[in-house]
Ligand binder design. Structure first.
Ligand code: AMP
Ligand code: MG
Length: 419
């Protein structure tokens, strides 16, 4: 170990490691592509979206009722208005509204010329009014200009509606559709090759021999990456054999923007990753002062950034969230905001080591709007159950100490929280 420590820069703090990763990932920024709106869910906007016209495009009614002139309304007592026509949403023009006249109108229909106010149907009595010339009795209580949605009240033509780097969810896609847009410029998805390494690994579905385990990282890491919006180039299971690993890394370096590997990155007999990366690529750093996830290595193979995660399922998951996700966001020009929240501890934690630590935890918000984190009983780095049953990972800062009940700590929500 001491020997490797001399060769590679080692033992970065988590924040330092993340900052270095982000700065390198920013230099790997991805190009834009134009895609149909219908397939843009979850993608990252490559350029600011500008409103091409006012939304709404015309003043319209917020209610079903009667359009009239606000100046004609009385502050007290009922008043009769002459019904001179109607306009329904999507309908053609309506007559000019003159003094003491009104036009029947439905929600979304353009305000007729001359009118500036809509009285809700519920605040009127129609003396059997159906046709032009009939009387509509308006009850008091409607203010001039009420129930009118002016043109551009949501977006003004020229407004920056969505900033580049914004993830496109349902509402953002709805906004673009309201602009009449059918295609959108988004950042190309990062292409990922996932390598799971280990002689003990067997694909789910195959029987287990002595000492073998199912390759769960292929799913936990693979699906985590997919949920973070990557494009999977391929997954390969690689034996603990330097030649096989070298071959897989070199091919991945030619095909991927990002290589994510699991296993073989510690100091064991079959951990070939660090020396191999130093030989065929570059090691930016190896080891983070973090538990679990200490052996994490960040490097470069060909054009691809390499994130070599430890094999332990929880270590891999935690470092993927904490150190790979920020790189994905940086490459896409996406915001790093909202990465960590703060919550209070439901139970005390006595931390007996110097490294920072991720603890699996449930989150719950109480009636006083305080967010609480309850550590999960299963904290082993091989126990994926703790992650499967958690909402977040608590990040305890470096240093040996006791964390008291109620103490505020940083938490990293897991994808899917809140459900
Ligand atoms: P390593 O980092 O290769 O030393 O592996 C650490 C631990 O993680 C060992 O117990 C491995 O068996 C386990 N492990 C490695 N790869 C995987 C995987 N793909 N799925 C599940 N467990 C794994
Ligand atoms: Mg291994």
């Amino acid at each position: 170990m001491a020997e490797e420590d001399d060769i590679f820069p080692t033992g970065l703090g988590v924040a330092e490691a993340r900052a270095l990763i982000v700065s390198i990932a920013q230099a790997h920024c991805l190009l834009a592509e134009n895609i149909p709106l219908a397939s843009a869910l979850g993608r990252i906007l490559a350029t600011d979206a500008i409103a091409p016209h006012d939304v709404p495009g015309f003043a319209n009614s917020a209610m079903d009722g009667f359009a009239l002139r606000g100046a004609d309304l009385q502050s007290a007592g009922e008043k009769c208005f002459r019904l001179i026509g109607e306009i329904l949403a999507g309908g053609k023009g309506a007559p000019m509204v003159e003094a003491d006249a009104c036009v029947r109108i439905t929600t979304g229909a353009p305000i007729p010329p001359g009118a500036d106010t809509v009285v809700m149907k519920e605040n009127t009595r129609m003396e059997a009014a159906r046709i032009e010339g009939d009387r509509v009795v308006v009850m008091p209580g409607t203010a001039p200009a009420a129930n009118v949605r002016p043109a551009g009240e949501d977006y003004r033509a020229g407004d920056i509606a969505l900033r580049r780097g914004r993830r496109l969810g349902a509402a953002q896609l709805g906004v673009l559709a309201s602009f009449g847009v059918t295609a959108v410029s988004v950042v190309r998805r990062p292409r990922v090759v996932l390598l799971t390494t280990g002689d003990e690994l067997v694909a789910p579905g195959k029987p287990l021999g002595f000492g073998q385990i199912h390759d769960s990282n292929r799913y936990s890491l693979g699906c985590l990456l997919e949920s973070l919006g990557v494009e999977f180039v391929r997954h390969e299971r690689v034996r603990d054999d330097p030649a096989a690993l070298r071959d897989a890394l070199q091919r991945a370096g030619a095909d991927a923007d990002l290589i994510v590997s699991s296993g073989g990155v510690s100091a064991g007999e079959a951990d070939f990753m660090p020396r191999l990366v130093a030989e065929i690529g570059k090691v930016h750093f190896w080891k983070v002062r973090l538990k679990p996830g200490m052996p994490f290595l960040f490097g470069q193979i060909g054009a691809a950034m390499l994130f070599a995660l430890p094999g332990n399922p929880v270590s891999g998951f935690a470092t993927c969230m904490a150190l790979v996700k920020p790189a994905l966001d940086a490459m896409r020009g996406a915001s790093q905001k909202g990465f960590m929240l703060r919550a209070r501890l439901r139970s005390a934690i006595n931390k007996r080591h110097a490294r920072a630590e991720f603890q699996r935890a449930k989150l719950e918000c109480d009636e006083n709007a305080v967010l609480w984190a309850t550590p999960h009983p299963k904290q082993g780095s091989g126990m994926l159950r703790g992650v499967a049953e958690a909402d977040a990972m608590i990040l305890l800062p470096e240093g040996e100490r006791e964390f008291a009940i109620g103490e505020a700590v940083e938490v990293m929500p897991l994808p899917g929280w809140p459900a």
